[in-house]
Design a protein around this ligand. Sequence first.
Ligand SMILES: [Zn+2]
Length: 147
Amino acid sequence: MSLPTVEITRRVEFSAAHRLCSPQLSEAENRRLYGPCYEHHGHNYALEVTVRGPVPTETGMVMDLNRLGMLLDEEVVSVVDHKHLNHDVPFLEGLIPTAEVVAVAFWERLQPRIEEFEGCRLDRIRLFESRENFVDYHGPTDRASRG
Ligand SMILES: [Zn+2]
């Protein structure tokens, strides 16, 4: 009999500064496009990371959620908390740090670490930039075509 597959989620929070500015646009165009976000400002972010995997009979866990939390602290929170996302974070270098772009960068950083755990794969990155605004990323492959 096949094992049930379950999605587990860990949430972490961090604070960071950024500004939105495209090098491909003029200052006037950037101001028009990004409005107040063209200026330096900060957010209290929340990151929810969902891992999907089988529940082995032996342990009853997809993955230890505390270990997932430690991994998120190590790979993300310790690198971005109280930093300026445009300048201080090597893996965001040269990117426009919108929530969309940051979510994809987090995926690329976390995915190989999650796959070290047998049978587990990264299912979703949900990044809250504020209480009202959040983005979801499910990875580079379209879910429908993945089956
Ligand atoms: Zn912002």
